[in-house]
Design a protein around this ligand. Sequence first.
Ligand code: TPP
Ligand code: MG
Length: 564
Amino acid sequence: MATATGSGLVVRTLQRAGVNVAFGLPGAHIDGILQDALDAKLRIVDVRHEMNAGHAAEGYARVTGDLGVAVVTAGGGFTNVLTSIANAYLDRTPVLYIAGSGPLETDQVNDQQAGFDQVAMAAPVTKFAHRVTRTELIPRLVAQAIRTALSEPRGPVLLDIPWDVLRQSVDVDEVDDYRVEVDGTGVSPAGAVDRIVDALSTARRPVALVGKSFVTAEARAQLHEFAARTGVPLFSDWEGLGAIVGSEQHVGLVQTLATVPEDERPDLVLLLGLRFGMTTQFGTGRLLPKSSRLFQIDPDGRELGRLQDVELGVQADPVGTVGLLNERLGDGPVPSGRDDWLKTLREVSATRRSALADETEQHEGAIHPYLAVRTIAESVPDQATVVVDGALTELWLSETIALAPLAHYLGHGYLSSMGSTFGVAVGAQYAIPDKATILVTGDGAVGYSLAEFDTLVRAGLPVVVIVLNNQAWGATLHTQQFIFGENRVTNNRLENGSYSGVARALGADGVDVTELDQLRPAIEAALAARRPTCIDVRVSLAPIPPEERVLNGGAPFGGIEVDS
Ligand SMILES: Cc1ncc(C[n+]2csc(CCOP(=O)(O)OP(=O)(O)O)c2C)c(N)n1
Ligand SMILES: [Mg+2]
């Protein structure tokens, strides 16, 4: 009788689903999976903290559009990955988390790494969380978990597999294989497509706001074709930025709309998979005027009109819908006035940047962060993936990164969890080995994952990590100043240590940048060397990025009331 173990069935089903890499960290409870993966040549990239196994799986999923997989051990391995599960849930990223757990045979005996309900802990932040209790069910349940993660709205799933269920052998003839693919998602009805085309033909100031479903190459091509056929300017949230870069109609991040004069705001907004929330300034109308006509296409019906009334809400695949729009639009003429509208919006961005450049002229001390992010945007090579972490860092980078020739821009989602994107950079670089991956991070954020320099070295991943080192948890320091007063700042100083030194100690390269003109050569040298590198850039803490003023209730430029 030919037999297979539970762990062998896990690996076999993953491979049937096209999975050829998982991110993890060993532990007796799941070592069987690592053993079978070794034999089956399914690569396990091992990291230094399970949080980053999860985040790397997210990064892989975000740039490929495919399933990401993380394998973690029972107990602490599982609790460590929980932040990633919550992040993937809020971001709708398809990741399968496989967690070991204590043997069923000895359930509830106060065994090590056991004794609590992992499924219950994961349930509120997964689409499906389940404990597998019989070895022969593994192919069916792994397949079900994968289909659930990949069907819209996408998201994380957890399988908790007890040690003995993984170890047990079953007769392979008794085990069936199950379907793992999901073929397509709902398409927009023709009537909805006609209504959007009609509305576009009469709009004077239309915009399209694009979410991350458009970052794959085919989706991006459809989107750019749509923008060319309609002349509609493209905006995105942080995750969709890679999708709009390279289009003639590209403008930048949605936040740019905050600086458009009142009487020139959009009259038609097409939301393509971009959800209402922080990015849209909720439903306040500050970015998307209440007077504009809103059309929303989202795979999740619950998102339609969630924070602002929409004229038409279509539950459908945004990418497929744009394809239908392209067919329906044909080669008709682009409505008049679109070039002027695009020019107006581009000027808004340019004015914003020149206002920032002016502010830097009065600045003394360490490098002004605006000048650092401008140099970074100018140094990004073609088709790069830029990943961002930290808070002031993220706000500063968002002022310039839309100018870079990116393939992907991966920031925080709604969880906004500091330190979460070092792992994302690991997964993204693994997925696209021949293009640059650059992580731009705060000094606070990078501290969560310093040991991952070792992962980069061992796995041969040449991620360039640029630390904007303001020697502080910068954003929280500013917030304390805004809320409690200039002299009520506490627990925010991070003045010791050298991040470049840590990187070197772990076998990566490390350089310090204290003058602006050293930055570009340092980035170019690191990319040319194709070595994992930490570029530790000393920047000034004091300047306030425009979006921080907005978050604190002010206008992007000019003063903000500090309650001191
Ligand atoms: C996991 C987590 N802990 C704490 C916070 C609160 N927080 C928000 S911004 C921030 C400071 C980030 O500092 P750094 O990474 O140095 O970036 P900077 O703002 O200085 O650019 C902190 C601690 C958070 N968002 N996430
Ligand atoms: Mg900082």
